[in-house]
Design a protein around this ligand. Structure first.
Ligand SMILES: Cc1cc2nc3c(=O)[nH]c(=O)nc-3n(C[C@H](O)[C@H](O)[C@H](O)COP(=O)(O)OP(=O)(O)OC[C@H]3O[C@@H](n4cnc5c(N)ncnc54)[C@H](O)[C@@H]3O)c2cc1C
Length: 460
């Protein structure tokens, strides 16, 4: 495959001086993709070779997941194919399972075949985060997260499928629980997912004469007394008002206590059945980091300097860099002790600074600090509805929604994706969005297995 896999740093010995430096990028999300792209543009092939490892063949532009789930954007267009964008890098389809930075070696589990070691000179640690869950009875069995394109597609099909179930059944209890959708966590991921899915379902109901919008129950469970902590309180309050106007059931200061067999029990004493429980209550750094020798803080993030170099106390770990959701990067625009929030806004800017710093260090120069004042947030609350607070300017309704779209369209990597997303939006404007469930995607072999049963074989 051309990658010098299996060659340890010691074995390479003296050839390092004449060989290009090897930069290993772990994870090709917001940080990894942008860093690899920039590194491959800034450094010549004589200076560095860039290897990118990710189990997925694409970067997922997560801010578009709610719109992809709602059918405003094709799911294919909210991801960026790695091999197309990273032509100057080597892309390895697999997961890094261990990093021994003392030896500067990473263990990679390719999507097929045995594990292999890849030696490196610099490593970019960017595996991002996973859903942060709690030991709530039933959550593991009943819940679904909202961080991957697979989860977004599943949720879309599931919600539309529940409308079909509700329309077909004569049992009022089955109908009630099919049409009860519960979201836990009121950050931007949870609010956007809830608002976009409700908007889509309400839109779909025009084709279901058996169902009325009032039959649906959309519940938001949030443990604190506000939503959207990324914007000011008044904007959070506006968002709650808008959701209440749409007849949503918003439970602030309330926790999910149990959801065994789909019976939702809340800390306010209420209990109801729900076929859909979406967990969006925060993230935690990738558990892969447990198999590394990098220093971590109390929230299990890799500790970094503002230069994005990994640091242990006051000792800089040479050749190790990190950013994004898995990293504790000091926020120099705030009082000491504050760290950058886990957001795409910081991730892509940190990636650019980090790539520039790696190039500086390779060329024997000093790295520069990352400093960016969080500009604010934009959130979509469904078609033509939104809330935004950018550089202190507050917007609601259509202007905020328009800003959400234009901002993210400008941010999604590659001209190709930008065009495709704009075409999706334009088509939906004229032709209305598709509201059909493709639930078969989740078990595509079922029909063939049934049809290819040997004659006389017992039916399974
Ligand atoms: C629904 C949703 C909406 C959001 N909306 C916004 C928004 O509007 N604005 C905003 O600023 N932020 C938003 N965010 C947050 C933002 O998307 C994240 O902060 C950002 O993606 C973090 O970038 P990252 O590179 O650290 O991680 P990611 O982008 O998650 O990338 C991590 C990559 O690492 C790969 N990986 C994981 N483990 C391994 C391994 N062991 N080996 C190799 N590769 C691995 C993964 O496959 C993935 O490709 C949203 C998030 C979600 C879920």
């Amino acid at each position: 495959m051309g990658v010098r896999s299996g060659i340890t740093r010691a074995a390479r010995g003296k050839i390092d001086d004449v060989n290009p430096k090897r930069i290993l990028v772990v994870g090709a999300g917001h940080v990894g993709l942008y860093a690899a792209l920039r590194l491959s543009k800034k450094l010549s092939s004589r200076e560095a070779e860039v290897i990118v490892v990710d189990p997925q063949p694409h970067m997922t532009y997560q801010p578009f997941l709610p719109e992809a789930a709602a059918g405003n954007i094709s799911p294919r267009h909210s991801v960026v194919p790695l091999r197309r964008e990273l032509r100057k890098c080597r892309v390895v389809a697999g997961a890094v399972t261990r990093i021994d930075h003392d030896r500067k070696v990473a263990v990679v589990q390719p999507i097929v075949g045995p594990t292999r070691e890849i030696a490196y000179d610099h490593v970019v640690v960017a595996p991002g985060s996973v859903s942060r869950t709690l030991p709530i009875p039933g959550l593991h069995e009943q819940g679904i997260g909202f961080k991957t394109i697979g989860e977004a597609i599943f949720l879309r099909n599931h919600v539309l499928d529940r409308l079909d179930v509700a329309a077909a059944t004569t049992d009022p209890e089955v109908r009630r629980r099919s049409l009860t959708f519960t979201f836990v966590g009121g950050g931007y991921a949870g609010i956007e997912a809830l608002a976009e899915m409700e908007d889509m379902a309400r839109d779909a109901l025009r084709y279901y004469p058996e169902l009325e919008p009032e039959d649906m129950r959309w519940v938001l469970v949030e443990a604190t007394n506000r939503v959207l902590p990324e914007v000011d309180r008044d904007m959070g309050a506006y968002t709650v008002q808008q959701l209440l106007k749409r007849n949503m059931d918003i439970r602030l200061d309330t926790r999910l206590e149990s959801c065994v067999d789909g019976v939702v029990k809340l800390s306010d004493g209420d209990s109801f059945r729900s076929d859909t429980i979406v967990w969006t209550a925060g993230v935690k750094p990738s558990p892969m980091l447990d198999a590394t020798d990098f220093p971590r803080d109390e929230r299990r993030r890799v500790t970094c300097l503002p230069t994005l170099q990994v640091v242990d106390g006051d000792r800089v770990i040479e050749g190790a860099w990190s950013a994004g959701d898995c990293a504790a990067v000091p926020d120099l625009t705030k009082e000491p002790g504050n760290f950058c929030s886990p957001s795409a806004q910081h991730a892509v800017r940190q990636a650019a600074r980090m790539a520039d710093n790696i190039a500086l260090v390779i060329r024997g120069r000093e790295p520069v600090d990352y400093k960016h004042k969080h500009a604010g947030s934009v959130a979509s609350l469904g078609l033509h509805k939104g809330v935004a607070q950018v550089y202190g300017v507050k917007m609601t309704g259509w202007p905020a929604w328009f800003m959400h779209r234009t901002y993210h369209m400008s941010r999604i990597p590659s001209f190709n994706r930008k065009v495709r997303v704009v075409v999706d939006w334009s088509l939906a404007f004229f032709l209305k969005r598709e509201v059909v469930a493709l639930g078969q995607l989740h078990d595509p072999r079922e029909e063939f297995v049934e049809a290819s049963q040997p004659v006389g074989a017992p039916r399974v």
